[in-house]
Ligand binder design. Sequence first.
Ligand SMILES: [Zn+2]
Length: 406
Amino acid sequence: MTLRGRAPRRGRALRDLRIIRDGALLVRGDRIAALGTRRRVESLRGARRAEKLNLGGRVVLPGFVDSHTHLVFPASRAAEYEQRIAGATYEKIARSGGGIRSTVESLRRATPRALHDRAAAHLREFAAHGTTTIEAKSGYGLDWKSELKILTIVAELHQEQPLDVTATFLGAHVLPDEFQRRPEAYVDLLTRAWIPTVATAGLAEFCDVFCDRGAFTVGQSRRILSAGRACGLVPRIHAEQLAHTGAAKLAIEMQAASADHLDKSDRDDIRALALSNVVCTMLPGCSFHLGLRRYAPARELIEAGAIVALATDFNPGTSPTVSMPMILSLACTQMRMTPAEAISAATINAAYSLRQHDRVGSIEVGKYADLAAFDVADHREIPYYFGVNLCSLTMKRGAIIHHKIP
Ligand SMILES: [Zn+2]
């Protein structure tokens, strides 16, 4: 499945995976040098002395692009998981000092080494499930020293590879305890000090806000994202997850790269998003893990012509999974996306939302050799089998970073 051609994809184009049967590709250095049927590629002059990797009988696709993760955190929140099963809601747990604030408290105490090693282990698991590029947000520090600690680790992980890791500054995740009664003072701190410093130091490419009930208002979010944009950080927004707030419309107004979640978006939002270039990133792992019945309106968004993407939202509170294949299963079964639509959403459209569609997200000459091979007979079997990892090989920039082929 090459997914080559125009990006991003909307509507019916999401179903066009550009499959080459009995295909092959030639990798030179970190890039794809040629692509086509096996016969054609094997006859190329440059292919004769190439090392051969036989993936016969498997499905090969572009490595997944996971455009929404909270990669760096100190520990699981399994105790809350148990409380929720017993009936407590996510918001009730948050009000009683659990939730994001409990992760913040332990992250502030954690050493950079421990956080780094934990995140690096997660990256190896992402790779083992076919993911080759991820976005990673700060937002569990919420004081300058701790936010800097997270962004520094993200930069180190990108340097070390095996995955490309793009940083997003999410200082506006929730209000830190020290600012509970002074939200505007915290917004001032973000807009006047932290955001300009993050941008100047090149510590992030994007600026995100959790614009929702219990987090930041539309007005505060507008100030924060405007400050980011003024110094070159592209906006992203956590929108319409817990309540309908108007965050999706704000995403359009701010020309955000993406509006993420959208579970509570209404018809008016869908129509407006479809006319925009904002990528609608759906995160079905959250609804699944929180045991909610409501998922983002994928069918309506696709039929209206919106740009849709899928991501894990990997985080300890609401979506502790690194598995894009599991996200595809949820998208197909719970949101009625077709397997092909889900695959387009998890590769080329996600790459577009990270502004990296010129180098990742599809298998095309000149792009990075970022590939995932699955032990399945056709692409529909990737979401069809769930709870099992059938990814047998992952390649990042031409290097094999995961394999279990005998
Ligand atoms: Zn998130």
